[in-house]
Design a binder for this molecule. Structure first.
Ligand SMILES: Cc1cc2nc3c(=O)[nH]c(=O)nc-3n(C[C@H](O)[C@H](O)[C@H](O)COP(=O)(O)O)c2cc1C
Length: 458
């Protein structure tokens, strides 16, 4: 993927504005004023909005998509026939999640296409597919704007479609002539967006329902490290056709593997049952493991030269005491006797604790899925001998199994506890690796200091 530069002028400390929590789609069409859309995007973000940009193919000849991707952190939606990486239809996702669509600058051609309902580009298709308010700021040569065709299209958008028209200003134009056709001032367009939305509720506050974000450019701070991640649920057979398992989708583990790869790590992903695509590439090895015992074996094998283990798999706690070698007959009824499975993480934690002092210790991260209360998490951290425990209440809305988001508490062996509000699983993964990287770097410094001290004493 092309590296997207971050916006150097972004101000994360800005006060929440009139569009806080909103998603605004900015449609850019092929006008000489297309460059002014970059300022509009900035001003909307200053008002607190999450912004996504839609472009026609003509608009791309005036301003590159990368400018808008860097300003918004969302890929630009410019291919009406294209799918998002997760296979959703981009313009429908924007149409369904945006609180407003503002088309600025809007060309004469676009006004005509929209008036006729010709959905041949992303901007028109999204406007056709949405129930959100649409604000249109035309920009063109004065005679083009005054032409009866353009005026009829403008009137149709306003009167028949209910769109807000932000009238162009009069003044000198790019053609060298003077007339009414200059794109309205940015502040006036922003005010029109705020007014059109009014006090309506936010349409899609869940980031998973919005267009995806581009990956943050990451420092390769896990380069040279081997990270082992387990993901998904394990399944314990009852007979040759049946098994007991849990609701894990593998999303959290896959987000962790993706995050570690983006930070330059070599990754071994030990995957149980997962329902999401697994990462591919030269830096990742995927090992499939169906049962808890398979997963334990695969994790142990990968741990031989691992720097980090993140156990995000939802490992079955119980398995049938006996597995029938033939399919069980329903007529006989069924009572299952279950026995506990091995606690893989606690066993690895004990092995690591028993390592001789001075030996290279892998950093251990565990996950604790709880329902109702997280009181047991601190106890789990100690019992399993891990450096970091990530606990979540899987019964909470937007958190846990099958969702793209998670609300977690990160507890560290040194007593630190952080409550991370709801965010994407990828963002949770990066919060975890921020801590892992700091701990590994601290250990390297301590080991280096020990070596120097020993050399001096020798
Ligand atoms: C240098 C240049 C500037 C243009 N500026 C405008 C403009 O400000 N407004 C407009 O309606 N058309 C303008 N056009 C014409 C549009 O780019 C053209 O009609 C195009 O097909 C619009 O496509 P779109 O509406 O799909 O983006 C310009 C063309 C050129 C070459």
């Amino acid at each position: 993927m092309t590296a997207i530069p971050t916006d150097p002028t972004a101000n994360p400390a800005a006060e929440p504005g009139r569009l806080a929590g909103r998603l605004i789609a900015v449609g850019v069409t092929g006008s000489i004023a297309a460059y002014k859309a970059a300022d509009l995007v900035r001003r909307l973000r200053d008002e607190g909005a999450d912004v996504v940009v839609l472009m026609t193919s003509s608009a791309i000849r005036f301003v590159g998509e990368m400018t808008f991707a860097a300003l918004t952190r969302h890929p630009v939606e410019s291919d009406v026939g294209g799918l998002l990486p997760d296979q959703r239809i981009g313009h429908i996702v924007v149409a369904d999640s945006a609180d407003a669509i503002v088309v600025a600058p809007a060309t004469a051609h676009w006004l005509a296409a929209m008036a006729a309902g010709l959905s041949g580009d992303s901007v028109t298709a999204t406007c056709l597919a949405t129930t959100a308010p649409v604000i249109v700021a035309p920009a063109m040569d004065g005679d083009m704007y005054a032409h009866p065709a353009t005026q009829a299209n403008r009137t149709r958008l306003r009167d028949d479609f209910g769109y807000t028209i932000v009238e162009p200003d009069a003044g000198p134009l790019a053609s060298g002539q003077s007339g009414r056709g200059r794109l309205a001032e940015t502040g006036e367009i922003v005010d029109a967006v705020v007014a059109a939305i009014g006090a309506s509720p936010i349409r899609a506050s869940d980031p998973a329902a919005r267009p995806p974000l581009v990956d943050e450019p990451r420092e390769a701070d896990l380069e040279g490290r081997h990270v082992v991640v387990s993901a998904g649920g394990t399944a314990e057979p009852i007979d040759p056709v049946r098994f007991i398992t849990n609701r894990s989708s593998g999303r959290m583990g896959v987000a962790l593997a993706d995050a570690a790869l983006a930070r330059g790590a070599r990754v071994t992903l030990v995957a149980g049952h997962v329902s999401v695509p697994l990462p591919q590439g030269p830096a990742v090895q995927v090992v499939h493991a169906a049962r808890t015992s398979d997963l334990g074996e695969a994790v142990r094998a990968a741990m031989r030269d691992a720097d980090v283990l993140v156990m995000a798999a939802a490992v079955a706690d119980f398995r049938p005491r006996a597995i029938a070698d033939r399919k069980l007959n329903r007529d006989a009824g069924l009572t299952l006797e279950l026995e506990p499975t091995e606690d893989i993480l606690a066993a690895i934690g004990a092995d690591v604790a028993a390592l001789p002092s001075g030996a290279r210790r892998p950093y251990l991260v565990g996950f604790a899925a709880e329902t109702g209360s997280l009181d047991r998490a601190a106890d789990k951290l100690r019992r399993k001998g891990v450096d970091l425990l990530v606990a979540n209440d899987v019964a909470e809305e937007g958190s846990g199994f099958g969702t793209d988001t998670n609300h977690v508490w990160i507890l560290s062996a040194d007593g630190d506890q952080v409550d991370l509000p709801l965010r994407s699983k990828r963002a949770v993964a990066d919060e975890i690796f921020d801590r892992v990287v700091r701990a590994l770097d601290d250990r390297d410094v301590a080991a280096q200091t020990d070596r120097v001290t020993q050399e001096k004493q020798a």
